[in-house]
Write a protein that binds this ligand. Structure first.
Ligand SMILES: C[S@@+](CC[C@H](N)C(=O)[O-])C[C@H]1O[C@@H](n2cnc3c(N)ncnc32)[C@H](O)[C@@H]1O
Length: 241
């Protein structure tokens, strides 16, 4: 039985930073464990692929400055910090998520911040990334406009998201797992049923593939394209300023 479908649907339809923050504050203690457990560890591979692509597309390999938006517990930021001489800043709405990030790496600046109003001057970063975060933005277009603004010319944006596979058989299995199995497994480890009810609904409602590229193009990005991974269960968008 689904515990709070209407509440989760309401948040998907009308995202509010306040409610999103409260949800992530609540799941922060179990976030890392559940992420790896429910994805069978593939989330680590997806972040690693993201870092690989960002590194390959960086306009300058000389001490690149990278902003990881919606950094959460910092897993993507920590991986990005392996790029030689890089300087990484991670920002997020949720203090509870950030507390856990700070325990992982002390030489990354982890700060409170909103994607929709980045507190950095124009043309500050060589790359801006967001792993599994953009789906939760209150205003996706405004967030991507901000990514564009803070990027240096030729800077690269990388956005990683879960994907609903297009192939019928894989799609059916994925939707069954996502809607029925995943929330039940998550409920064994967290009291926040709501977050794992929200997750499949937010993925289903989020623009995917060409639809998402439209948002990137509207933010003025060029060379926007996407790469699918692991039977189309994850998607990485890469775009250049
Ligand atoms: C699913 S977690 C992803 C964390 C991390 N990037 C990762 O790869 O695991 C999503 C994060 O996005 C943050 N978030 C959602 N909306 C945001 C916004 N508008 N601005 C900044 N952070 C936001 C949440 O607080 C949460 O920590």
């Amino acid at each position: 039985m689904n515990p709070t479908p209407s509440k989760a649907d309401a948040l998907v339809q009308e995202k509010s930073q306040k409610k999103i923050r409260a949800m992530f504050d609540e799941i922060a203690p179990t976030y890392d464990f559940l992420n790896h457990f429910l994805s069978g560890g593939t989330d680590i591979y997806w972040r690693w692929q993201t870092v690989r692509k960002v590194k390959a597309k960086l306009p300058s390999h000389d001490a690149p400055k990278i902003l990881d938006v919606a950094t959460g517990t910092g897993d993507l930021a920590v991986m990005l910090s392996k790029i030689p001489n890089s300087e990484i800043i991670g920002i997020d709405l949720s203090d509870e998520m950030l507390k856990r990030a700070r325990l992982k790496k002390s030489n990354i600046r982890f700060e409170l911040g909103e994607a929709e109003s980045l507190k950095f001057p124009n043309e500050t970063f060589d790359a801006v990334t967001a792993g599994f975060g953009a789906r939760n933005f209150e205003d996706l277009q405004q967030g991507l406009n901000e990514f564009y603004r803070v990027l240096k010319p030729s800077g690269v944006a990388a956005i990683l998201e879960p994907m609903i596979p297009r192939n019928g058989v894989v799609k059916n299995f994925y939707q069954w797992y996502f809607k029925n199995v995943l929330p039940k497994m998550a409920s064994l480890f967290t009291k926040s049923d709501f977050a794992y009810d929200y997750l499949p609904r937010s993925v289903a409602a989020f623009p995917q593939g060409e639809d998402f590229l439209t948002y990137l193009k509207r933010a003025s990005f060029r060379e926007a394209r996407y790469y699918t991974m692991t039977f189309e269960t994850a998607i990485l968008y890469i775009a250049k300023k």
